[in-house]
Design a protein around this ligand. Structure first.
Ligand code: XBP
Ligand code: MG
Length: 260
């Protein structure tokens, strides 16, 4: 089946948003709410196992602040913290604090030129996605994505496949006509759970995740003058993720998916 659409994860895939974006905004929201929670870089790496900011905060509270977690108002307090954190993150991104990863802007342009359909499947909020796209690619860029699946539109976040299924349903496409682009173990699991061949670009936080089932694992998408490293995958090597490369890797991903 020919490749018809690319479905992008956001955090870690479009931009390295976690360490210097989400983490910083969470910490500021905690401070503003007079909470003594502080997520340092290594701790945040562990907390990333839980996707979704609200879910991550509750998980942390259960471990380190049971009084908060067991309080009858815990859900409301978490929702308020998350609202404040989202605003802080949106402001940070609007100041241009988080550049896109190598190859992302190029690939989006090439994909549009090649007539590939584009979508997003993420656990972060729609506000955060819009802020990142606007800051990095201009206000018209949200319209490049015909479906943006984000945040709480599905009850179960990644690694559940729900957000990918939600996007596929709206695009009216079968999974084997699409390629997912992810950066993390939970993201890969979600995409594979929905039956999508997947290209992984690792980040500092995700380098050691289990990427079994990915069509290919790359350092990044690469540029003609700045080749990507292939970290694993029995595929035709290309110096960077061009459209031709993605078409080939998509085919390899489909072959790998056939049960033996
Ligand atoms: C990554 C996540 C998100 C962010 C925080 O999402 O798990 O929860 O860390 O964003 P993805 P929120 O890689 O799927 O884009 O606080 O808005 O949840
Ligand atoms: Mg991600």
């Amino acid at each position: 089946m020919n490749l018809k659409a690319l479905i992008f994860d956001v955090d870690g895939t479009l931009a390295d948003t976690e360490r210097d974006g989400h983490r910083v905004s969470f910490n500021q929201a905690f401070k503003d709410a007079d909470l003594d929670w502080e997520w340092d870089v290594p701790l945040y790496g562990k907390l990333l196992e839980v996707t979704g900011g609200k879910e991550r905060m509750l998980h942390y509270a259960k471990q380190f602040d049971p009084e908060f977690a067991n309080h009858p108002d815990a859900t409301t307090r978490i929702a308020n913290l998350h609202k404040a954190k989202t605003q802080l993150y949106v402001d940070l991104v609007a100041r241009g604090g988080l550049p896109l990863r190598p190859g992302v802007a190029r690939l989006l342009r090439e994909a549009r030129h090649a007539g590939l359909r584009l979508a997003i499947a993420t656990t972060t909020t729609p506000e955060n996605v819009t802020a990142l796209l606007h800051a990095a690619l201009g206000p018209e860029s949200t319209s490049w994505f015909e479906v943006i699946g984000a945040g709480d539109v599905v009850p179960a976040k990644k690694p559940a496949p729900d957000i990918y299924n939600w996007v596929l349903e709206r695009m009216q496409l079968p999974p084997h006509a699409c390629l997912a682009l992810e950066d993390s173990g939970p993201g890969l699991k979600a995409a594979r759970g929905a039956g999508l061949p997947t290209v992984v670009t690792v980040s500092d936080y995700t380098r050691d995740h289990d990427f079994k089932g990915a069509a290919i694992v790359l350092s990044d998408l690469g540029e003609p003058q700045q080749p990507a490293q292939i970290l694993s995958g029995e595929v035709t090597p290309y110096p960077y993720a061009s459209i031709q490369a993605l078409r080939d890797w998509h085919t390899s991903g489909l072959i790998q998916s056939v049960p033996v």
